[in-house]
Design a protein around this ligand. Structure first.
Ligand code: MG
Length: 380
């Protein structure tokens, strides 16, 4: 990569106390000469937010959830306060690590304000890719997802017309190899025990159902303008290969590395440069074997449902995603069986009148309707 990154970047981190947020701050700690944090937003973790603000000397803070305590401390609350951070004139780049469809409006505002969007909130693209992609370029939308960061790097210097297939890798999650009968009784604790990646609870459950891979297929479709028939999922249990691109001459480029999210996070912040990173190097002599398998979409129905939603397009992925968010929250609260997550998603997809995507407001209505359908299904 020849081009230079700006000498210094002012960044905002949305969702700064979550898994991606705290690892982003780790990257900033390593590169104080290149990165400054000018804004931090959280949903509700006030105390941690104040600690971060103190350590990084951050002038602008916001909290999504209403809070008297935060207001007393002079921290603006509510969605508008979070969006305001994205529009600050001194901001160059915003890391969107919010959870769920709630991140869409922030992604929209970041791109509309002409800032670089480093996107960990994949739901933004799943729900609103049809709106966001026309507002973005290769340089202004950088994925913070290990698979998409990998594909992005494999495609550098390549002609997209010469791509035969994208291979999105999946660890298979904690229930790889299990049958539907096995999954009927699994607990929240078992579902949260991811074999290779340490992440927040929503995405960890999505990894256990393979919905995360379904969301990533849709994310890849939007990010790389790739038709669904050219996007394959392959289980790679060691998570050493973060994804691959196959070209028209049969060549395949793979991106490998240690399973440490700070690598894709830093790439999104350093692009088009690469910086030193204090991560454990991958030692191929200790790696052992690499395994590959087809995903079991009969057992893990969410992957097939998400692919169907993406292929149909329009507002269907928004409905699918909203139902999944409700079902995952219900499962995490101990109020529905694991297998009901896919059933609730399917019920909401069946009830959705699919329309072309037109606006954020329309997507919010679709989202609300699908949440109601899923909640009704799960409480039946
Ligand atoms: Mg991923």
């Amino acid at each position: 990569m020849n081009a230079k990154a700006p000498a210094h970047r002012n960044i905002v981190v949305l969702g700064s106390t979550g898994s991606i947020g705290t690892q982003t701050l780790d990257v900033v700690r390593q590169h104080p000469d290149r990165l400054s944090i000018v804004g931090l937003a959280v949903n509700s973790s006030l105390e941690k937010l104040q600690q971060q603000a103190l350590e990084f000397n951050v002038p602008n803070l916001a909290m999504g959830a209403p809070s008297n305590e935060a207001a007393t401390a002079g921290i603006p609350c509510g969605q508008e306060a979070v969006l305001e951070l994205c529009r600050l004139p001194e901001v160059d780049l915003v890391v969107n690590a919010l959870v769920g469809a709630a991140g869409l409006r922030a992604s929209y505002e970041v791109l509309r304000a002409g800032k670089v969007l480093a996107l960990a909130n994949k739901e933004s693209l799943v729900v609103g890719g049809d709106l966001l992609i026309p507002m973005s370029t290769h340089e202004t939308l950088l994925p913070i997802d290990s698979e998409h960061g990998a594909i992005y790097q494999c495609l550098l210097g390549e002609d997209p017309a010469e791509v035969r297939r994208l291979w999105v890798t999946a660890s298979g999650g904690p229930f790889r190899g299990k049958t539907r009968a096995d999954l009927a009784q699994v607990t929240v604790e078992q579902a949260l025990a991811h074999p290779t990646w340490r992440m927040g609870s929503k995405i960890t459950i999505d990894s256990a159902t393979l919905m995360n891979k379904g969301l990533e297929v849709i994310e890849a479709h939007h990010l790389f303008a790739m038709p669904y028939e050219k996007i394959e999922v392959v289980v790679q249990p060691q998570s050493a290969i973060h994804s691959m691109v196959e070209f028209s001459d049969g060549s395949v480029k793979a991106h490998l590395g240690t399973t440490d999210m700070r690598i894709p996070i830093q790439f999104a912040l350093s692009y088009p440069e690469r910086w030193e990173a204090p991560v454990e190097p991958l030692d191929f002599r200790l790696l052992g074997s690499l395994e590959f398998a087809a995903p079991d979409t009969d057992t893990f129905r969410c992957l097939a449902l998400a692919r169907a939603a993406g292929s149909r397009g329009g507002t269907l992925p928004a409905a699918m995603n909203a139902a999944n968010e409700v079902a995952v929250a219900t499962f995490l609260a101990g109020n529905c069986p694991f297998l009901s997550i896919a059933d609730a998603v399917e019920a909401a997809m069946d009830a959705c009148d699919v329309e072309p995507v037109e606006s954020l407001e329309q997507l919010e209505e679709v989202d609300a309707r699908a949440r109601a359908v899923a909640a009704k299904y799960l409480n039946r």
